[in-house]
Design a protein around this ligand. Sequence first.
Ligand code: NAD
Length: 478
Amino acid sequence: MPNLYIDGHWTSGSAGTAPVVNPYDASVVTEVDQAGTDDVDRAVAAARAAFDSGPWRATTAGERGAILGRIAEMLQRDKEKIARTETLDTGKTLAESRIDVDDVTAVFRYYSGLADKDAGRVVDTGNADVVARVVHEPVGVCALITPWNYPLLQLSWKVAPAIAAGNTMVIKPSEVTPLTSITLVELCEEAGIPPGVVNILLGDGPSVGAPLTSHPDVDMVSFTGGLSTGQAIIRASAETVKRTAVELGGKNPNIVFADTDLELAVDYVMLAVFLHSGQVCSAGARLIVEESIADAVVDEVVRRASYIRQGNGLDDGVEVGPLVSAAHLAKIEDFVASARAEGATIRCGGTRPDDPSLKNGFFFLPTVITDVTRDMRVIREETFGPLLTVERFTTEAEAIELGNDTHYGLAGAVFTQDMGRAHRVSSALRHGTVWINDFHPYFPGAEWGGMGRSGNGRELGPTGLAEYQEIKHVWNNT
Ligand code: NAD
């Protein structure tokens, strides 16, 4: 079956096909169709027509909420198949992929419930003859552009609220991991969404993403991905003053005070940075640890890192899969080389594993880097790999200062048993999410997004719906 979906038809693209590669062994999972510029124009035209004149605009919020509910049921029905596909495409473990499908289901259920609770409001003008209403309307045609680390999950954070609000959309998943995004569009079709409302184009950033972001008939671009791509998208959107919501990278501090439960803190330090081989926007890649416990914590993290079982995400007992691609592996190797050259110490890892069974895949050993300074590249830039750097502090003020010493502001954590300190530090950190004695959890009802160069929008929660709404004031002089 062809892989592009435009105006209710599955179609092949005008730019040939491209392989989808399994990161575990570099084998080709399948070939997928690639869109050309003409396909971009056709998809945007279909979304425009469906927004301007199709039956979609007449649907009630309750009907759209019911559609989202049906998609949630189908996600659970097909959970195992979708999870296996996600693992083949990304390399993450099957256990992680199953959690992703459950989390995606929860997001669809959340917006299914919220869709018809969003009523706008009536404003008291002080004049009985005048009724002022503030109503929420869809933005229009939305381009939804997503990354490769959580392909289905990141897309669900956009598709579910965009549908709830009544928009039409053109989806552009990462060219590295397109498969479960295609599946989600199949489910949208099965759920009865009319032609033209949800379209999907496959292809890379320059050939498909860029023309979408500069297209005059696109009203909004919702993007999750890297900082430089986000900057290019904001620039391209400026010409037609599109709404942009960008969710970008992070350089997330994990601050551990000496008064914490050490066993618990080390568990979370490991999870924070090595989950999905560190390919998580909120990865706790910067351990900022109180001097008095630093040696003990680092020794224990190094000891445990050597036991992490890498392998095929489909196999039982595998804890961590490979990096997503050969290009990303090369980037991680380059970060380690630059850290070495700048004088840092590689306490463990720092290379690809010796295990011959992993030699074809894009594996890199869990790595701990000490003796770093703030100006090193490995401290300043997002690495997006299994690299933990260690910085030390002696006072609370110094911990806060280190935690905020980044132009990113996505997430951070503080480990302490002193709740007063936990609240002081969490208030002072300039990051969109702060965890206290935990790492990574998120919840569909609570907003997610970054400060600083981590982004300009919020996903999830009521604000995640508002991103896809225009606000109109209707002044009615009776
Ligand atoms: P990327 O920026 O390279 O690509 C993301 C998407 O943008 C892909 O679909 C790509 O094809 C497309 N793209 C590339 N150039 C484009 C252009 N000029 N115009 C339009 N689209 C273009 O990012 P990636 O490597 O796929 O993902 C990793 C990044 O995503 C990391 O920086 C990570 O932190 C970030 N991320 C952030 C969050 C968050 O919630 N803040 C979540 C997940 C990932």
